[in-house]
Design a protein around this ligand. Structure first.
Ligand code: AKG
Length: 269
């Protein structure tokens, strides 16, 4: 029996590759998270291993409201493989192009699930996350790396064969979250409103998943790791802990500079 999700919700995720909205915290708590992100962002670029920027981010990743749902999808032994802040400014033209996370995460098998937590409202007007249902059932697709300046992705990677008429907008209130599979094509548009749109994406994997680009680190957030495929993350004791922060920057550099080839390239090679 599922821990938190209904059988219908589990079925929807398996068939459609996404699920929303779910609740993790109150609007007041989300507001406090927003303030903490805004306090950190001048000094920290929180991508890929953003949880290494501050202990409260790791605490949030361990919240049962998120982990119970994730457990219903990937089982009880769960590693937090990474986290990224996606923060758009007011009237911000930046966007996230259509992409599959599986293309660059360097994981096998493809069982990663992302929980995207809203710290502000996330609406069609301010550029909420959009997904294309059922794309997780297909193969890894080839991305064009544009490095476009307005694109919030590291390499401006984009899928050009997406039928946008099929896209679903995952609108969330502050304190809610959505779930999507790493192969689900997703993206987001510009923010056309006068306030910011801020979300934090957590990347969860079952402990049997391995890295295809050599040994890396992750944090066990629930259950037991019987496999030992991952070394432990150097978790922060305080905000911007120097050792943890150096690891965050190293992981970002590795991701951005292309150590991980596209999964589609690997298959073709
Ligand atoms: O927040 C966004 O606009 C995009 C998020 C995203 O690409 C992700 O969660 O993987």
């Amino acid at each position: 029996m599922p821990k938190l999700l209904t059988d219908d919700q589990v079925r929807q995720f398996r068939e459609e590759g996404w699920l929303a909205p779910l609740d993790v915290m109150s609007a007041e708590e989300a507001r406090a998270c927003r303030e903490r992100v805004e306090g950190l962002e001048a000094n920290a670029f929180m991508k890929i291993k953003g949880h290494l920027a501050a202990p409260w981010i790791v605490d949030l990743a361990r919240r049962p409201e998120i982990l119970d749902a994730v457990e219903d999808l990937i089982g009880p032994d769960i590693l937090l493989f990474g986290a990224s802040i996606f923060a758009k400014g007011a009237r911000d033209s930046r966007y996230v192009s259509w992409h599959q996370d599986s293309a660059y995460f360097g994981l096998t098998p493809h069982e990663e699930v992302t929980a995207w937590v809203a710290f502000t409202e996330s609406t069609t007007e301010n550029g909420c996350l959009q997904v294309v249902p059922r794309t997780h059932l297909g193969p890894d697709r080839r991305h064009v790396e544009t490095y476009a300046p307005d694109n919030m992705l590291a390499r401006g990677q984009e899928l050009r064969d997406i039928d946008e008429s099929e896209a679903v907008s995952l609108q969330l209130a502050p304190g809610q979250f959505s779930l999507h599979h790493e192969r689900t094509a997703h993206g987001s548009k510009a923010n056309r409103t006068a306030d910011r749109r801020i979300g934090l994406a957590f990347f969860y994997i079952p402990t049997h998943v391995t890295s295809t680009i050599g040994r890396r680190t992750a944090t066990l957030v629930r259950g037991t790791d019987r496999y030992g495929h991952w070394d432990p993350d150097p978790l922060p004791a305080v905000d911007l802990d120097p050792v943890a922060f150096a690891a965050l920057q190293g992981a970002w550099g590795q991701y951005k500079d292309g150590v991980a080839k596209q999964a589609a390239e690997e298959t073709a090679a």
